[in-house]
Design a protein around this ligand. Structure first.
Ligand code: B3K
Ligand code: ZN
Length: 872
């Protein structure tokens, strides 16, 4: 397979100014005619177009048939242009959407036609410059059988439609904005439409449409309201107004990822559109609101200003994730959203960055671009955008955004262009930010504090390095938001002469320290007693912090810090220390004990009635298994699982009265509302139930909740508690749930996922049965992710079984899946990439699994890239 390098970038030598596409849709023989108005940009030599899995029918150059003189290969075709400066190229090809199980290009889902072109799927539709810096005006004519395809959609505005002979009809769509082909979309089928409208800031009325299968028409209102809120928010926060008169969203069941921001015609995984209280959980509702917003925000950050090449992916994704995070924070709770995002980053991006697939947010090379839609490019990328925001402030950031659009609207640009706009708009030098884009690995910041009583000074010594141990590491610009507290919990007024420290206006209680050298120290004066140090408030940079604070200091910070992230973090660190102590004494687990200091602090928290319910739920939740694992060079799955479980049981037992009281207070049923107060209440109730069901006596509470739940959040929470037990109640509830929901695909995914994540002793056997289940289908990515994805990511005990059967199973499944859908198969290889983190025996077995995968003939480049790089 070919590896592509950023350093090889060459600008295009031809432009495609206009494209007229005609599709004659047939399940196994769709005819695509592609008429391109082209222009040579240089005294061009060769015209080479990307094209894969296409049946070429004919090529015409300015009306002349030149098919015979075109050279076709597996990757594309070269076309002789006879040195013409301007010409029209007409290419006719045939494709089979019906057989397209890779779900890239034009394919069918539930009998409807849809497309997915990003990153390089357009070349499976027709020959083209399938790269983001080729910007063209698209007109699309769709011709199809009328009875099966009442709805015919593409990007832009509908400019013509009508009937044809043989019970066929057509529609012509024209997109007035130039765009790269990855934003092209076509949808046709039997779809129902949920409609609303939005009056834009400039007074235009925008027609909003959500297309779904007719049976789902009652599940669109939340998505529609989310869209309206996104449009409003982007106008208010960034002054960005929608540019077409129609915005369409189509929900399909078979989709490789969450959704796609095609110009004016988003195609969505139905999971991120459909919701009703009895079928969708709070997490689903939040996910829908966030993904609808994310795709909408791409209209400016991604579509109007796009990427020069795919190495710039974080330019649009990091920025758009940052924007959707800010949106969700404003819709729900900023404090809760920040903590949830940090958890996700630590659980998923940190491990990725510590493993063999580690890459900078601007990767330097790829074999299969689809493999680089990663947590690093997206979530770490968003953290890097957040750094600009932290450094420049809201106003400075907005000025940077305004300049970015002013300079680059309608262009395909690079991450440097974004940085320059931020710097120039604020008249500052941000060149050091470059180092965040080119280095992989997680930065580690170690801090030592020295208090000098006679001088009344506090000095903080900072050092930075990368966890990859890279020797020629280039220092990063790391903004450290910090505060000091006295031991009665009062914030101190900060006094320092350090020019690298900026004090915030709010009475100088918080500072922003620009830490940008390998080592640097910061001194505060007039500090009358040794203070508590609150560092990286709001998680002001995506780093690992090494700072030795005593348990007592952490317990105090947990109580007094005005920054909810540091409060939460302090409690998590205390819990983590307990768990690590237990893990380290796993061999003597009969003597396991939990420290009184911790249980006292924890009990105080359970009793706390003033704390925000959502934050309380987060604080009472123990660190996730993956994050605990990340603390170790060699992960011992059994020790980690049992240590966490033991702590959970102890905390359940010791606070039993409180849990029962709290649970019954919270377990008041009111009609479901998607509102942050209600979400918080359900969340905290779930945490109570999770502790209570650690004790056999209270499993019946979960059963009762399951039987009486009138919304999916409560039903699923209780079923999840039951799923980890080995009880008759588990069996009964899973059976009832299946009977009730077997016809609802998205709900059934939850049923599969719960079992795949279950810590039941026979988890692996259950998962093996799940892939044999009549409702399991390899061609549906959501179903595959619900079983294989969840098993690989969350089933620590099942996957890492000492006998290696978990690995064997997953490897076989990857191979099976690769023949159908390489993109999804490649994601399932993820768990194996961390093989170096396990003991010798497991390492051996995980490597064997990777080798077994690599030994397959006709392996996709998607799976090949991940598996081979992991063994490198
Ligand atoms: N841009 C798409 C992701 C495309 C993934 C291609 N494998 C969705 C998004 O990030 O908004
Ligand atoms: Zn995106």
């Amino acid at each position: 397979p070919v590896e592509h390098f950023l350093s090889d970038y060459q600008p295009l030598s031809f432009a495609i100014d206009d494209v007229f596409l005609t599709f004659e849709l047939q399940p196994t023989a769709t005819l695509v005619s592609n008429k391109m108005q082209m222009r040579a940009l240089q005294a061009a030599t060769q015209l080479w177009l990307d094209g894969e899995q296409l049946e070429l029918l004919s090529v015409e150059l300015d009306g002349e048939d030149i098919t015979a003189s075109c050279e076709v290969s597996e990757a594309g075709m070269s076309v002789p242009t006879a040195g013409k400066k301007e010409f029209v190229l007409l290419i006719r090809t045939r494709i089979s959407p019906q057989d397209n199980t890779a779900l890239e290009g034009l394919y069918r889902s539930s009998g409807n036609y849809c497309t997915q072109c990003e990153a390089e799927g357009f070349r499976k539709i027709t020959y083209f410059f399938d790269r983001p810096d080729c910007l063209s005006l698209f007109t699309t004519k769709i011709i199809a059988d009328k009875s099966a395809n009442a709805v015919l959609l593409s990007n832009g505005n509908l400019i013509d439609s009508g009937d044809l002979d043989g019970n066929r009809h057509f529609a012509v769509w024209q997109d007035p904005f130039k765009k790269p082909c990855y934003l092209f979309a076509l949808v046709a089928g039997d779809l129902a439409c949920h409609q609303d409208r939005f009056i834009a800031a400039d007074g235009r009325e925008i027609d909003l449409r959500i297309y779904v299968e007719p049976k789902n028409i009652d599940k669109c209102e939340h998505a529609m309201q989310s869209l309206i809120r996104s449009m409003q928010w982007d106008e208010q926060r960034f002054g960005l107004v929608y540019d077409l008169d129609i915005y369409m969203i189509v929900a399909v069941d078979d989709f490789n990822m969450g959704a796609m921001e095609n110009k004016g015609l988003n195609v969505f995984n139905s999971k991120f559109v459909l919701a009703k209280p009895d079928t969708a959980t709070d997490v689903d509702y939040e996910g829908i609101e966030a993904v609808i917003a994310h795709e909408y925000f791409h209209n400016w950050t991604g579509n109007r200003v796009t990427c020069r090449d795919w190495f710039q992916l974080t330019l649009k994704e990091g920025l758009t994730v940052f924007r959707d995070q800010e949106f969700t924070a404003d819709m729900l709770s900023p404090a809760v959203k920040r903590i949830e995002d940090v958890k996700a980053l630590r659980n998923n991006q940190f491990p990725e960055d510590a493993g063999p697939m580690s890459h900078p947010i601007q990767p330097q090379s790829y074999i299969e671009m689809n493999n680089f839609y990663t947590m690093t490019v997206y979530e770490k990328g968003a953290e890097v955008v957040r750094l600009y925001h932290t450094l420049l402030g809201e106003q400075g950031f907005r000025q940077g955004m305004d300049l970015y659009f002013q300079r680059h609207d309608g262009d395909a640009v690079t991450v440097q262009d974004f940085r320059n706009a931020m710097a120039d708009a604020n008249h500052v030098d941000l060149s050091q930010m470059h180092n965040w884009y080119i280095q992989s690995g997680t930065p580690v910041v170690s801090v030592e504090s020295h208090y000098n009583a006679s001088e009344q000074t506090l000095t903080l010594n900072f050092r930075q390095r990368l966890n990859t141990g890279n020797e020629d590491f280039k220092p990063l610009l790391i903004p450290v938001r910090l505060a000091l507290f006295d031991h009665s919990g009062q914030a101190l007024v900060l006094k320092s002469k350090d020019p690298q420290l900026k004090l915030y206006a709010d009475q100088n209680h918080e500072g922003l320290f620009e830490f940008n050298k390998p080592q640097q120290s910061l001194t505060f004066t007039e500090v009358s007693a040794q203070p508590l140090v609150s560092l990286f408030r709001g998680f002001s940079a995506p780093v690992i912090v090494e700072f030795d604070q005593s348990n007592q200091e952490l317990a105090l910070l947990a109580q007094c810090d005005t920054d909810s992230f540091v409060c939460w973090e302090s409690i998590q660190t205390l819990a983590l220390r307990e768990i690590k102590r237990l893990v380290d004494s796993y061999a003597e687990k009969t003597n396991w004990m939990v420290s009184e200091a911790f249980t006292n602090a924890f009990s105080a928290l359970v009793k706390d009635e003033k704390m925000d319910k959502a934050l309380k739920a987060l604080a009472l939740s123990l660190p996730d298994l993956t994050y605990i694992g990340e603390q170790y060079e060699v992960i011992n799955p059994d020790a980690i699982y049992h240590a966490r479980k033991f702590l959970q049981q102890q905390l359940a037992q010791q606070n039993i009265e409180q849990w029962l009281k709290l649970y019954s207070e919270l377990n008041q049923s009111t009609e479901y509302r998607y509102h942050k107060d209600d979400i918080a209440q359900r969340k905290l109730k779930t945490v109570c139930l999770q502790y209570l069901t650690q004790l056999d006596d209270y499993i019946e509470l979960a059963e009762a909740q399951f039987d009486h739940a009138d919304n999916m959040t409560d039903a699923l929470a209780s079923l999840q508690c039951l799923s980890h037990t080995d009880t008759a109640a588990r069996k009964r509830a899973l059976g009832d749930f299946y009977d009730k929901w077997q016809d609802d695909t998205l709900v059934l995914d939850k049923w599969f996922a719960l079992q795949a994540a279950s810590h039941h002793i026979h988890a692996l056997e259950h998962v093996k049965q799940l892939v044999e289940h009549k409702d399991f289908v390899y061609t549906n990515p959501n179903r595959v992710r619900s079983v294989l994805g969840v098993f690989g990511r969350l089933n620590l005990l099942g996957l890492h079984r000492a006998d290696g059967k978990g690995y064997q199973f997953l490897a076989e499944q990857v191979i099976k899946l690769d023949a159908l859908n390489p993109q999804v198969a490649a994601r399932m290889v993820g768990p194996f990439t961390h093989w170096q983190r396990y003991d010798g025996q497991r390492q051996q077995m995980m490597k064997q699994a990777l080798e077994m995968i690599l030994a397959q003939e006709s392996l996709s480049k998607d799976v090949y890239e991940i598996a081979s790089k992991s063994l490198r």
